[in-house]
Design a protein around this ligand. Structure first.
Ligand code: XIL
Length: 377
């Protein structure tokens, strides 16, 4: 009985706030001041969800748990449904591409923060945390940088300038930075990259030290794929971060990307063991880019199998003493990178092309429901 009245009241309050906000914006624009478009967002969407069940973010609330996703800034700009679902379901965002080097520094020492700033504004407006992705990677290196011969000292200066400018700009606003991304190759040796060739293997520790100087409170992460379970690659990652720790390099965690196939996902026991050995080094483990791709056309069991994998990995994170971050690489299949990158694969995310929840979404909700009732206040 009370609920319809409550909803009516909530709508009234929201409409009043929205009108008030609109008048404030009109007044500000008369005075010539700018307002971010996202600031016009009203909590109406959230109120209207009353009675529609919990969301990932609502279940994570108060649990010291980040449930996040990578954001496509083009979709954020033009797709209302995308914005709404993003704000409702997640409490952390990361830029799918817009904080990579080629985007932030498209010309020598000329930075373009316009897209990254839009994401920061959206996050602030919706009380979401932000992961920074990524400072040093063998990809997303712009031509001006890659196609010139630099001395070691010049390259070090360029990297230091990039890291300090970017990390410094968002100092205090980024929960965790992927400082170095994918530095280990599939054969488990250090990847032969532009940075390794130009600076030598210590580019990795330099990057962490510069990032730490620029934002001493940010968690600094080494992020990679294929080393989620126990295998030669995760051993190589372990050895790398162990030696960084031994040399007092400011590194605080390892990101397990978790781009996996529905028929070949790592075993949850192995992921748990991997997280535990990282905890033994005093490091956090985060699931940073999860998607579970399905060979196209999909078969009748694929969606349920995919749901089991999402569920097991979130549960593994929650059970680990050192994992409080679970991020998917996008949320709707509509904008997933998978079909464009892995030919013949798709349907990797938790909402379908039309934003309908898939079994994978419901499986995550179930895990969080159990967790939030089991966890002490
Ligand atoms: C991908 C993006 O999703 C694509 O849009 C882009 O074309 C290439 O990069 N590991 C990472 C991410 O760390 O930055 C990659 O993102 C996916 C693999």
């Amino acid at each position: 009985m009370l609920r319809p009245k409550l909803i009516a009241l909530a709508i009234l309050v929201c409409v009043a706030l929205w009108l008030g906000r609109g008048m404030a914006i009109a007044a500000q624009s008369l005075l010539g001041r700018e307002t971010a478009p996202q600031a016009r967002h009203c909590a109406l969407d959230r109120w209207l969800r009353l009675g529609r069940g919990p969301t990932l973010a609502s279940l994570a609330r108060g649990q010291d748990l980040y449930v996040g996703t990578a954001v496509n800034l083009k979709a954020l700009g033009r797709d209302r449904q995308y914005r709404r679902q993003l704000a409702q379901e997640f409490n952390l965002v990361t830029a799918e591409n817009d904080m990579k080097l080629e985007r932030l520094q498209p010309r020598p020492n000329q930075f373009d923060f316009s897209q990254a700033d839009r994401l920061m504004a959206f996050a602030a407006d919706h009380q979401m945390a932000v992961r920074g992705h990524t400072l040093v990677w063998h990809r997303a290196v712009p031509d001006w940088l890659e196609q010139q011969d630099w001395s070691r000292a010049e390259l070090m200066a360029i990297l230091e300038n990039h890291i300090k400018t970017v990390v410094g700009r968002y100092r205090g606003q980024i929960a965790a930075w992927d400082v170095v991304n994918e530095a280990i190759a599939d054969d488990s040796t250090l990847r032969d990259t532009f940075w390794l060739r130009g600076i030598g293997p210590d580019y990795i520790e330099m990057a962490f030290r510069w990032a730490h100087e620029a934002d001493p409170d940010a968690l600094l992460i080494y992020n990679d794929y294929g080393g989620e379970g126990l295998n030669a690659k995760s051993d190589a990652i372990y050895d790398l971060v162990q030696s960084l720790r031994a040399n007092a390099v400011p590194i605080h965690g390892v990101g397990l990307q978790m781009h996996v196939q529905v028929n070949a996902a790592p075993s949850p026991d192995e992921v748990a063991a991997n997280m535990a050995r990282l905890a033994g080094l005093g490091l956090q483990a985060q699931i940073t880019e999860m998607d579970v791709r399905i060979r196209q056309p999909s078969g009748p069991d694929d969606a349920d199998q995919q749901a089991d994998i999402y569920q097991a990995m979130l549960q593994t994170c929650l059970d680990a003493e050192n994992c409080n971050t679970f991020v998917t690489w996008g949320f709707s299949d509509r904008y997933s990178w998978v079909p464009g990158y892995f030919e013949g694969w798709g349907e990797a995310l938790i909402f379908d092309n039309d934003y309908r929840a898939k079994p994978a979404y419901h499986s995550l909700i179930e895990v969080l429901k159990n967790y939030s009732t089991a966890a002490p206040d």
